[in-house]
Every structure is written in structure tokens, then in C-alpha cells.
Design a binder for this molecule. Structure first.
Ligand SMILES: Nc1ncnc2c1ncn2[C@@H]1O[C@H](COP(=O)(O)OP(=O)(O)OP(=O)(O)O)[C@@H](O)[C@H]1O
Ligand SMILES: [Mg+2]
Length: 512
């Protein structure tokens, strides 16, 4: 069975490949109601973790639970051994994500809208990750899917998948003059904007920008704060349990808003409190403005790339595709239409667009080809001048073309000027005019490479950090080779071309 699986911060959505159709898989919740998602939730039932719908019901009863597992994966400090606190227990994060995905696999096989799938038939999935997911996040996501019993046949950036779904649905809006789609994806925990160029069945992701820390969940917090303020109380005064209950109530009230709604009424500490929808939208304005600003930056990058005049990239847009459950909020399409007019299209399945696109890409018969960009830069801080100065080199640009079917490499060679090379690798989202990384900069690995053949000959027990960095004349020729695999995970290989000494490291985060 081939599937697209969108492991979301708040909801996980699955679409199947079924003879040229890509139905969204429906699941039965604990009350036997049909849902087109599984809540991405873990709760502690007595002593053991439970997942999905059961976890949601227990969470509503006040049982210790964990939301937004996916946000923890975005933290560069997270490794395979990271634990999270659940109730009074420390549990392995990767184990929890694996347990959750195993529950998704089990539900797909046994209690979903597709016919029962025997245990021996593989679940071949294309899975999504946020466009800006760093190498470690990609690695942990793959690992969890693998341990949960999926056969991962591909990993795509979520907005690229939504772009596929757009052209599948709105092929006629794409013309030779207007051949770009801007995907606006506001999920529960992340925002991504991607520019996709379409040429027949070939989709090329031209660029992507996003914010891993902005999503629909943040609108819940804004609403809860507004309501608390109206009730003359604060999160601190309410205490954790009541504040969590208020955020839950805020999510529910937000999701029930229609374009006609005038007021929202929520219980604060068992007392009903009303705020106007207009006040809520006003309080949420900075969040919406920041998503639009991210889109504008993406468009400006593209114009700068092409050396085009300001405004031309906007004119080339076939459509702005609004996806992600967070964009159901009426104020969002309204703000986008004010800015971009009639080309704003809302997906008929805002919450399932990514999963459908992933399923499209899992179907070899659909005939779509996707070309991706790295979407985040990789650079290195290294010692200069006997270790007293540190310089920054950009290695892979966010615009680098990568492939979802094969590895892509970049190499450079130089003569070493020190006895030891100390490389601190980072991933970053943008650089300033001087080429210095700005915005989110995440350490992804440290490599200490002995250039001096005498040091290369030392055994593993010697701590290279203790050796003083010195300048040398006539150092060896060093080749740095960077490989980006089809899942977007970067590996570095440092080779001394004179002695053949090689060091290879996956830059998938610390300790992996
Ligand atoms: N009718 C609605 N009105 C407003 N917001 C909604 C509505 N339905 C869902 N949402 C919000 O959509 C968000 C979930 O969206 P979605 O399912 O696309 O996210 P996700 O895939 O779980 O997260 P991410 O893509 O960030 O990993 C939540 O914040 C939820 O409150
Ligand atoms: Mg999503």
C-alpha cells in the first residue's frame, strides 16, 4: 500500500494511493465518530503512554499529556536519547514519536476507511517535514517512521507537497506566463511559504521560507491572553491547569469562528467571558502580518535571484495556495485577498493538502517530478590565524538544488594552514549582506580534523581538543565533500589527499 503521511504538530493526516485517486484516510475516534486525522498527542494512562484519540480523551480528563511532539524534534539539541517529562516520568522523545506513528500505522491497517491491510504488506510512505527542518530533525523523523514499521520511500518538504496538490487540482490556472505558485501553509506549529515553478509535470521549488515557531497554536495563546486580560486575570494567577484549560477552550472557540461570527465566549475559571472577533483579529494581526512579511521576503529573494524588477514575481504568480488548518481562520484569507486579490485560492481540504500531495508523489503512475532546493544554508565556523580568530564560510546555499531521488555533492579543496582544523558546522536560514548568517542559526556538528600526519597517527584515546592550534607551512591538500541525501540530510567527509586520512560525519545534530 502506498501512502502520503503528514505528521503534523497537532494533527496527523494520511492520504492513500488508490488507482489514480488520492483519498484522505478517515479514522474512527473513541466515540466511533469519523475523523480525517489522528490527533498528534501522547497521554499517560496510568504508567504507560497512549496515543491519538485515546490520548485526546484522557487529556480532556486532565491526565498528563504531551502536545506538539513535532516541535521538540525541531530543537537542535534533540538527539535519539533526549527525554521529555510526562507526568512524573521522563520518557524518550524518539520512543514517544515512534509509539505515536506505530499507532497511526496500526489504525491505517485495521480501523480506517481503506480496506484492512495484512501485516505482511508493507506501508510504503512518502512523509513530510517542514521545509526548514534541519538535518537532525529529518534524521529523527525518518528514524521514527522506520521504527514504527513504515517503509519510507520518500521525504518531501511539506509545502512542496501542497504545491503538487495545487497543480493536480488547478492545472488550468498555470500558464506559460503565470507559471509559479506560492504555497502559504499555516499549520498548528509551523508556517512555511514556498515558491514552486511548474512546467508540465515538473515542479521545481524555487525557494522556501518559514518559521518553525509560528502556527495556529500561537493564535490560541493570543486569544487566551485576550480573554484572560478581559477577565482581569493572567496565566500566572490562573495556574497551569486552568491556563491549559483556557488554551483548549480558545482553540475550540477559534475553530468554530465563521466569517460572520461577531463574538467568542469562553469560560475562564468557570465564568463565561466574551470578547469580540474584531478584537481577537486585531490582537492576532502581528502574527498574520509576520506570515505575509515572510512571503514578501520569499518573493523578493526570487526577484533578486532573477535580477528582476520589484513586483514582477508577484505578477508571475498563477495562484497563492492557502493550506494548513491554521489558515481556516477567516481573518487569514481576508488579509491575503486584501494584498493579492483574486489569485488567492483556499484548498478545499486545508488540513489534508500536504498529505494528498505526499500521496501524489508516492504514486509512480502520477508522473510528477519534483525538484527541491535545500531551503536552509550550511556553513562552518573555523579557526584562522593560530586559532585566535574564527571565520565563517558559507558552504551550501539555501538556493542549492537538491534531489528527492539521489544524493547531491559539493566539494572544495585547499592546502591546510594549521596543524588541526576545528570545524563548527551550522545550519542557518538567511545571511546578511556580508555573508554572515542571521536569523535562526543552529549548530549541527563539530569536527576536529588532524592535518598534521603525526596527529593523524595518534590513537582514538587522545583528546584532540587539548592540542594547541598552530599555523603550519606546506600543509596537506584537504578535500571537503558535502553530500545532501534524498531526504535532505547533510554529511561531510574531510579527506587528506596526501595521506588518505578520512573523517566522515553526518551533520544530523549532536550525538547522533
Ligand atoms: N476551523 C478552523 N479555524 C481555525 N483554525 C483551525 C480550524 N481547524 C483547524 N484549525 C487550526 O489548524 C491547526 C492545525 O492545522 P494542521 O492540521 O494543518 O496543522 P499540523 O499539520 O498539525 O501542524 P504543522 O503543519 O505545523 O506541523 C491548529 O492550530 C488548529 O487549531
Ligand atoms: Mg501540516
Amino acid at each position: 500500500m502506498r501512502l502520503g503521511v503528514d505528521f503534523g504538530t497537532t494533527r496527523t493526516t494520511v492520504a492513500a494511493v488508490d488507482r489514480g485517486n488520492y483519498p484522505v484516510v478517515a479514522f474512527h475516534d473513541e466515540e466511533d465518530d469519523v475523523r480525517d486525522y489522528i490527533p498528534s498527542l501522547v497521554a499517560l494512562d496510568g504508567d504507560h503512554p497512549v496515543f491519538g484519540f485515546l490520548a485526546r480523551d484522557l487529556a480532556l480528563e486532565g491526565v498528563p499529556h504531551l502536545r506538539s511532539m513535532k516541535r521538540f524534534l525541531a530543537d537542535t539539541a534533540t538527539t535519539t536519547t533526549t527525554t521529555v517529562r510526562l507526568g512524573n516520568r521522563d520518557l524518550n522523545l524518539l520512543g514517544l514519536v515512534t509509539g505515536f506513528l506505530a499507532e497511526v500505522a496500526h489504525a491505517v491497517r485495521t480501523s480506517s476507511s481503506i480496506a484492512e491491510i495484512p501485516e505482511d504488506e508493507p506501508l510504503e510512505a512518502v512523509v513530510g517535514v517542514p521545509a526548514h527542518a534541519h538535518s537532525g530533525q529529518r534524521f529523527l523523523t525518518l528514524e521514527a517512521f522506520h521504527r514504527a514499521g513504515f517503509t519510507v520511500v520518500g521525504m518531501l518538504n511539506e509545502p512542496s507537497a501542497a504545491g503538487l496538490e495545487y497543480t493536480h487540482r488547478h492545472a488550468s490556472t498555470v500558464t506559460s506566463r503565470r507559471d509559479r505558485i506560492l504555497v502559504y501553509d499555516l499549520g498548528g506549529g509551523t508556517f512555511d511559504a514556498s515558491l514552486v515553478a511548474v512546467d508540465g509535470a515538473v515542479h521545481e521549488v524555487l525557494g522556501s521560507r518559514g518559521n518553525n515557531l509560528l502556527g495556529g497554536d500561537d493564535f490560541d495563546v493570543v486569544l487566551a491572553q485576550l480573554v484572560a486580560h478581559t477577565a482581569r486575570t493572567t496565566a500566572g494567577d490562573l495556574g497551569e491547569r486552568k491556563w491549559t484549560a483556557l488554551i483548549d477552550a480558545a482553540r475550540e472557540a477559534k475553530e468554530s469562528l465563521s466569517p460572520q461570527s461577531r463574538f467568542l465566549t469562553l469560560d475562564v475559571d468557570d465564568r463565561p467571558v466574551s470578547v469580540s472577533a474584531a478584537d481577537f483579529y486585531e490582537a492576532a494581526r502581528p502574527l498574520i502580518a509576520s506570515t505575509i512579511q515572510t512571503m514578501e521576503l520569499l518573493i523578493r529573494d526570487d526577484e533578486a535571484d532573477a535580477g528582476a524588477a520589484s513586483g514582477t514575481a508577484t505578477a508571475d504568480l498563477a495562484g497563492i495556495y492557502v493550506v494548513g488548518g491554521g489558515s481556516e481562520l477567516p481573518a487569514i484569507p481576508r488579509a491575503l485577498r486584501e494584498r493579492y486579490g483574486r489569485r488567492v485560492h483556499r484548498s478545499p481540504h486545508t488540513g489534508a493538502s500536504t498529505a494528498i500531495g505526499l500521496a501524489l508523489s508516492a504514486d509512480p503512475d502520477a508522473g510528477y517530478t519534483l525538484r527541491e532546493r535545500l531551503s536552509r544554508g550550511v556553513g562552518v565556523f573555523r579557526e584562522r590565524e593560530s586559532g585566535s580568530l574564527v571565520s565563517f564560510d558559507m558552504i551550501l546555499s539555501p538556493q542549492m538544488r537538491v534531489s528527492t531521488s539521489k544524493s547531491v555533492t559539493a566539494t572544495r579543496a585547499y592546502r591546510a594552514a594549521h596543524n588541526i582544523g576545528w570545524f563548527r558546522f551550522v545550519e542557518y536560514t538567511t545571511t546578511d549582506v556580508d555573508g554572515v548568517p542571521r536569523g535562526a542559526v543552529m549548530p549541527i556538528g563539530e569536527v576536529i580534523m588532524p592535518f598534521d600526519p603525526l596527529i593523524q597517527g595518534l590513537d582514538d584515546t587522545v583528546d584532540l581538543r587539548a592540542i594547541e592550534v598552530r599555523r603550519t607551512e606546506d600543509g596537506p591538500m584537504i578535500e571537503e565533500r558535502y553530500t545532501v541525501d534524498p531526504h535532505g540530510i547533510v554529511e561531510v567527509s574531510l579527506t587528506d589527499l596526501d595521506t588518505g586520512f578520512v573523517l566522515t560525519r553526518s551533520l544530523a545534530g549532536k550525538g547522533l
